[in-house]
Ligand binder design. Structure first.
Ligand code: GDP
Length: 531
């Protein structure tokens, strides 16, 4: 048996070529959940990680953490959903929508090859969409834009294109153009061949909408001015050379655009077709040194998300791995790159299938949920036979800081275990110093809601009620050991060490930082950049 088991290189390459691994980025309320359901309706769901967990059809016991998620109506945890559509296998990685969880979202985005930017037709590009867009742009992730809620009155389509162009710098290249103004969604002009796809409503949103494609003549006879307006506007786009170009799309310089109404299932087939036809498949992923790991090399992957068990009865930890090369086979023993230790995937079955169908294999682009993965951290690489380490996943510059203490000193052990777990999962960053001691570490967060999650989990999951006290810092800079004595003499400045070994100097505000920089121009005070 070779290192890739029973699979030939050809099989692995073919399977990788079938994969489309993507995420939907949007501002809350743009319709991400609705679109996910619509995609599931149109494709065949073959696997689900994290959404349900248990016997067929039975919802899992939800953890308190998830309860909080439900109460607030926001998505905190991430999961992956696998669909089959035409000959492709689509992996949709869910991203948290709330701004405070953007750090988590950034990590999730490291696992995808493409994103769908979902835009509310009435609102245009909203703040959270822009933030997420910037991460994608930074990583050169190709973006497909979907203008959603076209069944509701909204902005002019050309106006939306201008907004995308101006605010993202990407050239919008519509694949479809709406026939009927927003609020009067009749169908779309397919710009590539000039045909018209008419949509008809089905009862409610739970069934696939009717679609009929006809030539321009028939379309004009049917829709009159609405169709000719669409053709005229499409001609204007043509003049501006806003036509799809695969190369510039893959380089994230242009974005194909489609119009949809997810709630009515209008335009959903087109989104799926576009993913299959245009989105990049799983390709050789560059390692730490920039060397691409061929997809048919022995198994390798990296952890992009660690999460406490979804099942309240099992306090296990799940590590989500994006497969980069080879085949993941349940039960195989892989090497954990950062420690060099073997990691047995005996308990690594994907117990998430709806029918509890254990998925025995996963190919490049797929996501595997490993159970009992307490040794794994976000960013860690795993491999079989041929060592490889993928680039680390960036941690972000925290902007909020709190001291955390156990309320009940007899629960110190639980307290310590909880802190360690939250640190591993990257729920918050844990910062320490000799001065503060282990009893009162500092938590750093990008958004204050991360503290709520941390506190809630300390109580519910680790039985370690705690007290949080805010610290007056808002800025963190990376520094070095040599600078510590100088910084320690400055007022309103504190140096703490993060568990990844970075030394962080904390400042109350920008002015304080600038003051220190002016006084000590030789100090190392670097921003913690997104890489
Ligand atoms: P998310 O926060 O991005 O996941 O958004 P949801 O999928 O929960 O949708 C937010 C709201 O918008 C819900 O009330 C949906 O029913 C509604 N919605 C989603 N898509 C559409 C659409 O295409 N048209 C209309 N009119 N409403 C939609």
């Amino acid at each position: 048996m070779t290192s890739t088991g029973d699979y030939s290189s050809k099989t692995i390459r073919e399977q990788a070529a079938r994969r489309r691994t993507f995420a939907v980025i949007s501002h809350p309320d743009a319709g991400k959940s609705t679109l996910t359901e619509a995609l599931a309706l149109h494709a065949r769901v073959i696997g689900q990680a994290g959404a349900t967990h248990g016997k067929a059809g039975r919802r899992a016991t939800v953890s308190d953490w998830q309860k909080m998620e439900q109460e607030r109506g926001i998505s905190i945890s991430s999961a992956a959903l696998q669909f089959e559509y035409r000959d492709a296998v689509l992996n949709l990685i869910d991203t948290p929508g709330h701004a405070d969880f953007s750090e988590d979202t950034y990590r999730v985005l490291s696992s995808v090859d493409c994103t769908i930017m979902l835009v509310d037709a009435a609102k245009g590009l909203e703040t959270q969409t822009m933030k997420l867009f910037e991460v994608c742009a930074h990583r050169n992730i190709p973006i497909i834009t979907v203008i959603n809620k076209w069944d509701r009155p909204g902005l002019e389509p050309l106006e939306l294109m201008d907004e995308i162009r101006e605010r993202t710098g990407m050239l919008p290249t519509p694949l479809t153009w709406p026939v009927g103004a927003s609020g009067d969604f009749r169908g779309v002009l397919n710009r590539a061949d000039g045909t018209y796809t008419k949509y008809t409503r089905s009862d409610g949103g739970a069934s696939i909408a009717g679609e009929e494609t006809m030539d321009a003549e028939a379309a004009e006879a049917l829709e009159g001015d609405a169709f000719t307006t669409a053709v005229d506007e499409s001609d204007l786009l043509e003049m501006e050379e806003q036509n799809h170009d695969q190369e510039s799309f893959l380089a994230a310089k242009s974005t194909p655009v489609m119009f949809a109404a997810a709630v009515l299932n209008f335009g959903v087939h087109k989104i799926l077709d576009t993913l299959v036809d245009l989105a990049p498949p799983a390709e050789p992923r560059p390692d730490k040194n920039g060397e691409p790991r061929p997809v048919d090399a022995p198994f390798s992957g990296f952890v992009f998300k660690v999460q406490a068990g979804m099942d309240a009865n099992h306090r296990d930890r799940l590590a989500y791995i994006r497969v980069c090369s080879g085949v993941f086979e349940r039960g195989m023993v892989v090497t954990h790159a950062s420690t060099g230790k073997p990691f047995a995937t005996k308990y690594a079955q994907q117990v998430f299938g709806r029918d509890r169908a254990v998925i025995d294999e996963a190919f490049p682009g797929d996501v595997v949920g490993l159970v009992n993965a307490s040794a794994l951290r976000v960013g860690d690489s795993l491999y079989l036979d041929q060592p490889v380490e993928f680039p680390g996943i960036p941690t972000f510059s925290p902007e909020h800081f709190m001291v955390i203490r156990a309320k009940d000193s007899s629960k110190y052990k639980q307290f310590r275990r909880g802190i360690e777990q939250l640190d591993h999962e990257g729920v918050v960053q844990v910062l320490r110093s000799d001065l503060r001691g282990d009893q009162a570490p500092v938590l750093g967060a990008v958004g204050p809601m991360q503290f709520e999650v941390a506190e809630d989990r300390m109580v519910q999951e680790f039985n370690a009620p705690c007290r949080l006290e805010p610290l007056p810092y808002t800025i963190a800079r990376r520094t070095t050991e040599e600078c510590v004595p100088t910084l320690a003499r400055e007022r309103s400045v504190e140096v703490l060490s993060r568990s990844d070994g970075e030394l962080l100097a904390l400042f109350s505000d920008r002015w304080r930082l600038q003051g220190v920089e002016r006084q000590h121009p030789d100090l190392v005070l670097e921003p913690l950049v997104v890489s």
